[in-house]
Write a protein that binds this ligand. Structure first.
Ligand SMILES: [Zn+2]
Length: 87
């Protein structure tokens, strides 16, 4: 039991919670619009949207709707690069 809780709180556990259903839920909540640059699926039909952890899992962020946001792949990539640069 305690082992399972520990796993759920671990980064691997949090990543495992990131299901297709949850991703779709977050994208729908955010109206398929990137929270950084405000580009939307209706503006760019082939836009690739990704669901991102606001607080990274590696820093203790949880896979919960309040810690998830929709980003286009361009912004998500820029964000990742910045985190790597800062680290
Ligand atoms: Zn964007």
């Amino acid at each position: 039991m305690s082992q399972k809780i520990k796993w759920r709180k671990s980064a691997a556990g949090q990543r495992a919670l990131m299901t297709t259903t949850l991703r779709n839920m977050i994208k729908t909540r955010d109206n398929h619009t990137c929270r950084y640059c405000s580009i939307s699926l209706s503006a760019e039909p082939h836009l690739l949207l990704e669901v991102d952890h606001i607080m990274p899992v590696s820093k203790g962020g949880l896979t919960a709707p309040e810690n998830l946001q929709t980003l286009c792949w361009r912004c998500n990539r820029t964000k990742s690069n910045k985190i790597i640069a800062a680290g």
